[in-house]
Design a protein around this ligand. Sequence first.
Ligand code: AGP
Length: 607
Amino acid sequence: MCGIIGYVGEHQAVPVILDGLRRLEYRGYDSAGMAVMASDRIQILRAAGKLANLEELAFDQPLRGSVGVGHTRWATHGAPTEANAHPQVDASGHVAVVHNGILENYSQLRQEFRESGVALSSDTDTELIAQLLGRESGTLEERVLEVFPRLVGQFAVVAVTRDEPDTVVAFRQGPPLVVGLGDDENIVASDVVALLHRTKRVIYLENGDIAVVHRDSVRITDLNGQVDRMVETLDWDPGRMDKSGYRHYMLKEIHEQPDAIRNTVRAYLSSDRTTVNLDGLGFDPERLAEVKRVHLVACGTSWHACLVGKFLLEHLTALPTEVDYGSEYRYREPLVGEDVLVVGVTQSGETADTLAAMELAKEQGALLGTICNVRGSSSWRLAEVSMLTQAGPEIGVASTKAFTTQLVALMLLALALRRSRGLADDLDRELIHQLQRLPLAVEQALEGEEQIYDHATELLSEATDSLYLGRGCLYPIALEGALKLKEISYLHAEGYPAGEMKHGPIALLTDGFPVVAVAPATPTREKLIGNLMEVRARGATVIAVAEKHAQDVSQVADLILPIPEVHHLLQPIVAVVPLQLLAYRVAVELGLDVDQPRNLAKSVTVE
Ligand code: AGP
């Protein structure tokens, strides 16, 4: 995905655009650029690589003007070069656009321009949007009305033209765009984090919307005429957007987990804190009673949360629960009907594959829900029932607090469904009590001893491969721990069910091969201990996540990353914390870019 910002106001555009791009850089950082309106032309600056390169360019070549657009890119079509950076312009240089998304009719459009003799200057699909707009006549809004229907795919576009130097036009089909209504200024951006420090009054554009933005007005239409959109006032604290003294966003967000979990639990507990209260979500009890099956769809870390969710839902509600990657679900013709509750689990609410799976489920009559972290996001708007994780903005590309709050939300959903099906008993009271103690348990998990983590970090930093093992509802935590390590340290790691390891991966083991075992007290720990004895017998080094004084574990582990004991159904939430810290420590040890790992973006809004 990419970061987009457009500014029309009384101030110089460059500082506002660069500040906004810095706040959006987590969305993509292959290249960056901006276009600023001068009285008679469009001034363009672009740079390959990190945003810092564009900032240097802007320092050497200051652009003056109070209307402009900016972009930070995660490359889809075309290598991350200056020529493929946004903004892209049309042949005349009169129109400039920035774009997030992907045009599916890219090839046809390219062929069309090739045949008409237009020399394209980039490999991007975005340039084709600029060329189409440049080829039309009339106002920029009129040009958009002509071009919009010709675009196939996902696109959020912000455009400017030399002919209307006081105007920015934004339009979307797919990836999000939000308009911030400021004092004598208006801002368009991909995400509220880019504008929250300037205004809390926002309008979320819907699919098909076209916004014509001036410094003192915003007019929104769609292909059928003017539309009314609600102005929302955000309650996010801009102060939570910075690192608050931590070296990286990821470390800050790992340490924010106790508060994030506390806020998520509080959001859905009854006032007397004895039951789970999902009434406010729009669950229609009669519609809910028709539900006989559950499908959980997600990608990446959120998919790991769904694997734990399956365990919780089947254990607590007896509802058969399937888990699927969004990218698989959307094409495998799933058996969906009115008796299915489909829940899209997504931090950003913008992951293309998860959204497509949700749209398919909705078309086929499912009761559609979402667990997401961004109010007003596409999944939040698509779902009939939305649970918001109260994690606050998650900027680090590696998801941490969003994951643990997704697990909390899935537990709360399971408890609510359990109660609605008349299954509640003493276990509910115990789990609700322990949910309220969870922040303290996570605080304790965060206090791991330095020398143990130093040793574990050294072991993993020096290995090119590692194996993460877990059983039951902790097998997904083994997967998550391995993903955390892979995505920020670039070291290969594989999560595997401990019982399966002897059916293949055990062949990998040699002296000193690091094996990370997720081994807190659960009904299957004894079996896991047996697997670890097999691992040790082959000379591997075992790093275990377990209670500090777990005698059985200490006999088969070289190191224990300590955690407190909680109910085994809540253990995934606590057990993942040492694995987050360990991955973070290894990446720092290797001197890597923890918050913006290579090739990744915070949310993948293209398929
Ligand atoms: C996790 O650390 C990654 N950033 C990635 O796997 C992420 O979980 C995935 O892209 C899904 O994102 P979403 O939760 O915003 O849908």
